[in-house]
Design a protein around this ligand. Structure first.
Ligand code: PLP
Ligand code: TYF
Length: 394
């Protein structure tokens, strides 16, 4: 039977991670996979998580199953972190999932159950896994313009013109903050315009939020998603804890479905439980429990927020340094966008050939579309990168 299988394309980002590991050069710089790294190139376990793990080891008395939607305390803590007071809690159904990817996958499954005709509108570009999962599921996708390659900012006019084509059968996938791969984000007045358009057309917004706290701050990064949740009748939110809690391998995420009322929530909750059961029964618990402990304990939460803030401001400082260095070396302001972008990523706007030359000549690894991970830099490697960029003629 297996002879009928076809070779599947590799994930380019994960393949790049392997290529970097295999490169023997000492001075290589990894700006590929979206994992936070400190100045020494390590991805640390956050102090609050380490502390929570210790407490959990002492206090946990059973590893028996939780519920199909995971621990309700996790959902409560995350709904409050992401949505704040934006919507009444009794309208929000939520289920823990294996990572943000699991939440995205379950969201698409839910959409397909609710409306097999639904098309999903995705930003051009978007996280490649969105497209890969949608293709695998046989769901029709429509790309909407998002990024202006000239200005390296959001092509908002293009985006609105393309979204004007949505119908009441469609879903529009938006990145909550820190857009992957571009780093270019909507401002609040643009979010308002998008919400008005979707309400006008009756399309369902779906938000993928994987980097809350990496952009402008925990509250600021949630402003778009809160606006959508409070101003539209229904929406889906897929959240990841991988980055902002640094628990990538624990596979911790949450899918939320906001309904019009408590009856709608009941139906959504039943469906989310059903979908978890079909795909893996119970979601992973360890990471979710750590997140719940950190968010519910004042001391752990303060420690987590302080460390997250340090990561965020560190990335901002690297952005400023890189933009300044490039301005100095190139004598032009064309790299100013690096300081405007938010989150771990920026799209540099280089050609695939230039990206290849950066790798071959300078040992700089970025994704083929010229996405670079700012967290892969430190104060010493910024000038080296800036020089390589200018020498490559980008
Ligand atoms: N969505 C986006 C936009 C991402 O960049 C990521 C990255 O990892 C995810 C979702 C899912 O992350 P994970 O499944 O590791 O929680
Ligand atoms: O975009 C990134 O680099 C992260 C990590 O299949 C990632 O989101 C990349 C590819 C993938 C899963 C996670």
């Amino acid at each position: 039977m297996f002879e009928h299988l076809k070779e599947q394309p590799a994930d380019k980002i994960l393949a790049l991670m392997e290529a970097f590991k295999a490169d023997p050069r000492d001075n290589k710089i990894d700006l590929g996979v979206g994992v936070y790294k400190d100045a020494d190139g390590n991805t640390p376990i956050m102090a609050a998580i380490k502390q929570a793990e210790k407490q959990l080891w002492e206090a946990e008395t059973t590893k028996s199953y939780t519920g199909l939607a995971g621990d309700p305390g996790f959902a409560d803590a995350m709904v409050s972190l992401i949505l704040g007071e934006a919507v009444p809690r009794d309208t929000v159904a939520a289920a823990a999932t294996p990572g943000g990817t699991g939440a995205v996958r379950q969201a698409f499954d839910l959409v397909r159950m609710a409306n097999p005709k639904a098309r999903i509108f995705v930003s051009d570009p978007t996280w490649p896994n969105h497209l890969s999962i949608l293709k695998h599921m046989g769901i029709e996708t429509v790309a909407y313009r998002y990024f202006d390659n000239e200005t390296r900012a959001v092509d908002f006019d293009g985006m609105m013109a393309d979204l004007a084509q949505v119908t009441g059968d469609d879903v529009v996938l938006l990145h909550g903050c820190c857009h992957n791969p571009t780093g270019a984000n909507l401002n609040l007045s643009q979010w308002r315009e998008v919400v008005a358009l979707l309400n006008d057309k009756g399309a369902l917004p779906m938000i993928d939020i994987a980097y809350q706290g990496f952009g402008d701050g925990l509250e600021e990064d949630a402003a778009g998603v809160r606006l959508v949740a409070s101003e539209t009748p229904e929406c889906l939110i897929a959240a990841s804890c991988s980055k902002n809690f640094g628990i990538y391998r624990e596979r911790t995420g949450l899918l939320m479905a906001v309904a019009r009322d408590a009856d709608g929530r009941k139906l959504n909750q039943g469906t989310l439980n059903y979908l978890n059961r079909q795909n893996y029964s119970f979601p992973p618990d360890h990471g979710a429990r750590l997140v719940t402990m950190v968010l519910s304990d004042a001391e752990l939460r303060a420690s987590w927020q302080a460390e997250l803030e340090e990561m965020r401001t560190g990335m901002l400082a690297l952005r400023e340094q890189l933009a300044t260095e490039l301005q100095r070396l190139s004598g032009s302001d064309r790299f100013g966008f690096l300081a405007q972008h938010r989150g771990m990523f920026s799209r540099l706007g280089a050609t695939p050939e230039q990206v290849a030359r950066m790798r071959e000549d300078h040992g700089v690894y970025m994704v083929g579309d010229s996405r670079l991970n700012i967290a892969g830099l430190n104060r010493n490697s910024v000038p080296i990168l800036a020089e390589a960029i200018v020498k490559t003629g980008i």
